[in-house]
Design a protein around this ligand. Structure first.
Ligand SMILES: C[S@@+](CC[C@H](N)C(=O)[O-])C[C@H]1O[C@@H](n2cnc3c(N)ncnc32)[C@H](O)[C@@H]1O
Length: 244
């Protein structure tokens, strides 16, 4: 059989059924999101589990997410945190945020999750001004054209040891198209170039297929000084960060 969308979706379903099992809270979040008319553009269950495992490997105590939608990836990530942990998630759409808040509440994660409504490029400077960061893990999954800016903000809110993950970088292969007029493709091309030129990270990107089609993600480990001061790095999670 030639691999294609039908097979990728079937295999994703098989893997979720075999490795993840059913989860009423996460399934309920998807149902509530669909019932409220949210677009089905969240990560897949297998991708959610991958994010959760990466957060656990990080020993994450602080997570920043840019792009909440109905809170599906938020729940996967927040479940990797200890009760004293904190996840800040940024969403521009009021209606989506309302649905996400209800989903997060049903997952009993409201005490850990701080959901902020507004354009991320306005929320991110506020996070810096309020003294948040460094974050152990930052997941970037909002409007794709702004990804380069989000990555630069992520660096500001990182220190050595932070992990930055960016979703949807391959865009069905359109990443290769240097003539593309699609703002999302152009944003991802600029981001990949920025990532390649950035000496403060050790980075790679992986192509994926699955229920959401052909796409991929980039992952960057911050290895050098990001924009935080030494004093700042001795803050929230600094005891587990080290010079890499
Ligand atoms: C792909 S969805 C996020 C999916 C979510 N991370 C998940 O997997 O469950 C992208 C989200 O980013 C939000 N978004 C778009 N532009 C934004 C902006 N400027 N600031 C904050 N959020 C934005 C959209 O409203 C949408 O909910």
């Amino acid at each position: 059989m030639n691999p294609g969308q039908t097979q990728w979706s079937a295999i994703d379903e098989f893997l979720s059924g075999s490795l993840l099992g059913s989860d009423p809270v996460l399934d309920g979040a998807l149902e509530a999101s669909a019932a409220a008319g949210l677009p089905s553009i969240q990560i897949t269950p297998c991708q959610g589990k991958l994010l959760q495992i990466l957060a656990q490997l990080q020993g994450a105590r602080s997570i920043l997410e840019i792009g909440t939608l109905g809170g599906y990836s938020t729940i996967w990530l927040a479940r990797a945190l200890p009760p004293s942990g904190r996840l800040i998630t940024l969403e521009v759409n009021q209606q989506y945020a309302k649905v996400a808040a209800a989903n997060i509440s049903r997952a009993n994660l409201s005490s850990i999750v701080d959901l902020r409504v507004g354009p991320a490029l306005e929320s991110l400077p506020s996070l810096v001004a309020e003294g948040h960061g460094p974050f152990d893990l930052i997941f970037i999954d909002a409007d794709k054209e702004t990804t380069p800016d989000y990555f630069l903000w992520a660096l500001k809110l990182s220190c050595a040891g932070s992990l930055i993950i960016v979703d949807n970088v391959i865009r069905k292969g359109a990443l290769l198209d240097d003539k593309s007029t699609d703002p999302a493709v152009r944003g991802m091309r600029r981001f990949i170039q920025l990532l390649g030129d950035e000496h403060r990270v050790r980075a790679t990107a992986i192509q994926t297929v699955g229920a959401k089609g052909y796409d991929g993600f980039a992952i960057a480990l911050v290895i050098g000084d990001a924009d935080l001061t030494n004093e700042k790095r001795t803050g929230m999670s600094a005891d587990r960060h080290r010079d890499l």
